[in-house]
Design a protein around this ligand. Structure first.
Ligand SMILES: C[S@@+](CC[C@H](N)C(=O)[O-])C[C@H]1O[C@@H](n2cnc3c(N)ncnc32)[C@H](O)[C@@H]1O
Length: 256
């Protein structure tokens, strides 16, 4: 059956994130040669620029995006703090590390165990800014985008940091070959032989749509003002989009 889950990941059949939670941060550094820190900082800066009141970070993992946002807000008084920053993930082990990293000093921080596919606890049209980093490729994109559109307020912003395609296809093919050879070797050593960690990553990198196709998917889910920013030659991209200001529900027209 066709699926829009690039990595073909299911949390019901593999609890890989619970198993690797304690070393997830180290694995990110190793797999990306520390560059994920730059990508995530860029995303957090873009989010801080929006000055949103209710921010929902989905699949937060160990809280890298909220942590960077927290640092920006502490060092830049010109940036308004959100009223609420919801740090969420399906995996309680990841969330508990996020809690420790973010501390309890900032009253705008809240934590919740939520599934990106069904954000049942979040009211429709309630979120000013929705963010998701490096989790879209392990989820069913269609369901996640449908939920993002539902929970966002009209005019609310959507940000997604994810694997992408280097625009030059020969360079991209060389990058994939390099990853196919190197990642299993590095990953096997770093993850003590737990090959799930890099299997999903590799599958996701191979099968996640190009920047332009993902932008089209966002439009087909009703988003507007869709744009993307390539990072590190297009190895990853940060997509931004807006939920239209007009009401989503069909309006009643009465003719007089
Ligand atoms: C690759 S990590 C990304 C974590 C973090 N956003 C980052 O950029 O480092 C993917 C995260 O998605 C979470 N996850 C997987 N499926 C999920 C789902 N359906 N809903 C919410 N979180 C999910 C995992 O538990 C994990 O913490």
């Amino acid at each position: 059956m066709a699926t829009s889950n690039a990595a073909d990941f299911s949390s019901e059949t593999d609890d890989v994130f619970a198993r690797v939670a304690g070393r997830y941060d180290r694995l990110c550094d190793i797999f990306s040669f520390f560059i994920h820190r730059i990508w995530k900082s860029r995303m957090a800066n873009r989010i801080a620029d929006e000055q949103a009141s209710l921010i929902l970070d989905v699949a937060s993992g160990t809280g890298d995006i909220p942590r960077r946002l927290q640092r920006i807000l502490r060092t830049r008084p010109d940036r308004a703090r959100p009223n609420r920053l919801l740090v969420t993930d399906l995996c309680p082990e990841m969330l508990s590390i996020a809690r420790k990293k973010l501390g309890s000093g900032d009253r705008y921080l809240e934590y919740a165990q939520l599934d990106a596919h069904a954000l049942n606890e979040i009211e429709s049209d309630s979120v000013d800014l929705y963010s998701i980093s490096f989790a879209m490729k392990i989820c069913d994109r269609s369901r996640v985008l449908h939920e993002a559109m539902r929970v966002l307020k009209p005019g609310g912003m959507f940000y997604c940091l994810e694997a992408a395609r280097i625009p030059n296809r020969y360079v991209h093919a060389a990058y994939l070959t390099y990853m196919d050879w190197c990642l299993p070797a590095i990953g096997w050593l770093a993850a003590d032989g737990d090959n799930s960690t890099y299997d999903y990553l590799l599958r996701g990198i191979h099968d996640f749509p190009s920047q332009k196709l993902f932008a089209d998917e966002l439009r087909s889910h009703g988003f507007e003002d869709v744009s993307f920013e390539n990072m590190t030659f297009g190895i990853v991209a940060l997509h931004a989009a807006r939920k239209p200001h007009r009401a989503q529900a069909p309006e009643l027209h009465t003719e007089i």
